[in-house]
Design a protein around this ligand. Structure first.
Ligand code: FAD
Ligand code: SF4
Length: 472
C-alpha cells in the first residue's frame, strides 16, 4: 500500500547549519495523529520483532489514534526507560521501521513508506516530559538495604541504574568525565540530542535516588575491589567503547589530524565552538575531511560545517568513505541532513598517507580509488583498492571516524575480568554477569560498538539479574 507519510518539521537547512539547536522539531498532535492513523494495526505486528527491547509498537500507535497519550507513554515505558532519547537517536530504519509491513522488502534499510515509528515515539516522549509522567516505582522492602555501584553513565549505565532505583536499590553511579551521559553527552551533538533532554532524564534518576559521582575513574581513582569494600553488593560496568581506532598510515600524527572522539568531545561536551568563552579550542581550517561513514562521521562533519559557519569560513567539509553511499552505516536521516547542510562525499576511497607542510600540519590526504569486491564478514561488499589510482585531497583538518574499541582502563587494572581479543568484557548471555561474581557488564563494552537501545537493553537485563540475585 502506498501511503502519504507525514514529514517531521525541521529547522531549515541554511539556518541550522550555523547553530547547534535541535534540527528535528518533532510532530505536532495533528501530525502525530495523521501518521498514526496510517498504521495498519496488523494482526501480526512484525514491527515489534525489529525493536531490540520489544516495545508494543502496535499498541502505543493505537493509543495515539485514540488520543490516549498517557497510555501510549506507559506502553513504551514498559520496555524502554528513555523514549525522549530513543525517539531522537534510534536507527529505526534498520530496526522497527525495517520490519514494518509497509516497508519495501529487499532494501538494506526501511524506505519512507514504513510508518515513522521513531517520530511517534518521540512525540509521546515529549508529551510525557511536558506532563511530567513517570513510570510508577515498584519499591520492594527486601531490596532497601542493597547497594549497587554502576560504573559509566552512558545509556547502559543509565538504564541499569534506573531499573535498580525503581525497585528501591540504592545506586551510586561513577563517571570518569565531568558530565554524565556517555556518548549521549560527549559524542552525539546537541543539534541531534539537546542537553536539556539529557538533563531531564538524569535529573529524574536523581529524584528516584541515584547518586552520580563524576570525575572518578574506577580502575585508577578507585579499584573494583575497593567498591566491594565500600559495601556495594554488586557492580555494573557500562564502560563503553571510547577508544578511537586509527588508520595506521604515514602522517597520522601530523597536527590537525583528530580522532572523532576528541573532535566531538571538545565541540559538544566542552563547547569548543564558543572559544574563547570555553577554553577548549579546535583548529578549524578551510578544507576539512572526515574519514568514515558511520554516525560518528556524520556528527563530526556536521559539527565541522557549523563551526566553519560560526567562524565566518565558507563551509568546505568532505566525508571520505571506502565503500559506496548504499553501504554507509550511519542513520539515513543524518546522511540526508549532512547533505542538505552542504557536506560533500567522496566514495570508494582508501586513504594511504597524510602529507604535511614545513610546520608539521596536515595539508593533503593521498588515497587510492576502490571498487567493491566480494562481501566480507560484515556482509557488506569489501572495498578493493585499485593499483595506480592514486590521487590527493587537500585538507587542513582531518577527522578520523573509523571505529571505536573497548575502554580498557578498568579491564587492564582488573586481571580477573575476562575479556576477548578485542578487549570486550565476556559475560554470561542470560545474566550479563562477568567472570567475577556479582560484577555485571553491558553496552558497548560487551560485543563492541552498538546502538543506544541495545546498550539500554543490556543494562536492563543486568539489572533484572542483579535484582533476582538479591531476592533469592
Ligand atoms: P558509552 O555511551 O560510551 O558510555 C560509557 C561511559 O563510561 C562514558 O561516559 C565513560 O566516560 C565512562 N567510563 C568508561 N570507563 C570508566 C571508568 N573506568 N570509570 C568511570 N567511568 C568510565 N547509537 C544510536 O543508537 N544512534 C545514534 O544516533 C548514535 N550516534 C552515535 C554517535 C557517535 C558520535 C558515537 C560515538 C556513537 C553513536 N551511537 C549511536 C552509538 C551509541 O552511542 C553507543 O552504542 C552507546 O552510547 C553505548 O552506550 P554505553 O553505555 O555502552 O557506553
Ligand atoms: Fe503493522 Fe507497521 Fe503498524 Fe507495525 S507499524 S502494526 S508492522 S503497519
Amino acid at each position: 500500500m502506498k501511503r502519504k507519510p507525514v514529514n517531521v518539521r525541521e529547522q531549515d537547512h541554511v539556518t541550522r547549519a550555523g547553530n547547534f539547536s535541535e534540527v528535528v522539531q518533532g510532530y505536532t498532535e495533528e501530525e502525530a495523529l495523521g501518521e498514526a492513523v496510517q498504521c495498519l494495526q496488523c494482526k501480526n505486528p512484525v514491527c515489534i520483532t525489529g525493536c531490540p527491547v520489544g516495545i508494543d509498537i502496535k499498541k502505543f500507535i493505537g493509543q495515539i489514534c485514540a488520543k490516549d497519550y498517557p497510555g501510549a507513554y506507559f506502553t513504551i515505558r514498559e520496555k524502554n526507560n528513555f523514549p525522549l532519547i530513543c525517539g531522537r537517536v534510534c536507527p529505526a530504519e534498520y530496526q522497527c521501521r525495517k520490519a514494518c509491513v509497509l516497508t519495501k522488502k529487499g532494501l538494506p534499510f526501511a524506505g519512507e513508506n514504513a510508518i515513522n515509528i521513531h517520530f511517534l515515539e518521540r512525540f509521546i516522549g515529549d508529551y510525557g516530559r511536558k506532563h511530567n509522567l513517570t513510570a510508577p516505582l515498584k519499591k520492594d522492602d527486601k531490596l532497601a538495604s542493597k547497594k549497587v555501584a554502576v560504573v559509566g553513565s552512558g545509556p547502559a549505565g543509565l538504564s541499569c541504574a534506573g531499573e535498580l532505583a525503581r525497585v528501591g536499590v540504592k545506586v551510586t553511579m561513577y563517571e570518569g568525565l565531568h558530565r554524565p551521559g556517555g556518548v549521549l553527552c560527549y559524542g552525539i551533538p546537541p543539534f541531534r540530542l539537546p542537553q536539556d533532554v539529557m538533563d531531564y532524564e538524569i535529573d529524574y534518576l536523581k529524584t528516584i535516588g541515584v547518586d552520580i559521582i563524576q570525575n572518578v575513574i574506577i580502575g585508577k581513582t578507585k579499584s573494583l575491589d575497593q567498591l566491594f569494600r565500600d559495601g556495594y553488593s554488586a557492580v555494573f560496568l557500562g564502560l563503553g567503547a571510547g577508544t578511537p581506532s586509527f588508520l595506521g598510515i604515514p602522517g597520522e600524527n601530523l597536527c590537525n589530524v583528530y580522532s572523532a572522539n576528541e573532535f566531538l568531545t571538545r565541540a559538544n561536551l566542552m563547547k569548543a565552538y564558543e572559544f574563547p568563552k570555553a577554553h577548549t579550542p579546535i583548529n578549524i581550517g578551510a578544507h576539512i575531511i572526515v574519514i568514515g561513514g558511520g554516525n560518528t562521521a556524520m556528527d563530526a562533519a556536521r559539527v565541522a560545517v557549523r563551526i566553519q559557519r560560526m567562524k565566518g569560513i565558507e563551509p568546505n567539509v568532505t566525508v571520505v568513505y571506502r565503500r559506496t553511499e548504499n553501504e554507509l552505516p550511519a542513520r539515513r536521516l543524518e546522511i540526508a541532513h549532512a547533505k542538505e547542510e552542504g557536506v560533500k562525499f567522496e566514495f570508494l576511497v582508501a586513504p594511504k598517507a597524510f602529507i604535511g607542510d614545513e610546520y608539521g600540519s596536515v595539508r593533503k590526504l593521498v588515497s587510492l580509488r576502490c571498487r567493491l569486491g566480494e562481501p566480507d564478514s560484515s556482509g557488506r561488499r569489501r572495498p578493493v583498492p585499485i593499483e595506480g589510482s592514486e590521487f590527493e585531497i587537500n585538507c587542513d583538518v582531518a577527522v578520523l571516524a573509523i571505529g571505536l574499541q573497548a575502554n580498557q582502563i578498568l579491564n587492564k587494572a582488573t586481571p580477573a575480568l575476562k575479556t576477548d581479543k578485542y578487549g570486550d568484557i565476556i559475560v554470561h548471555q542470560e545474566t550479563m554477569e562477568t567472570s567475577i561474581p556479582n560484577v555485571y557488564a553491558g553496552g558497548d563494552i560487551v560485543g563492541g560498538e552498538g546502538t543506544v537501545i541495545e546498550a539500554m537493553s543490556m543494562g536492563k537485563k543486568a539489572a533484572a539479574a542483579i535484582i533476582a540475585g538479591f531476592l533469592k
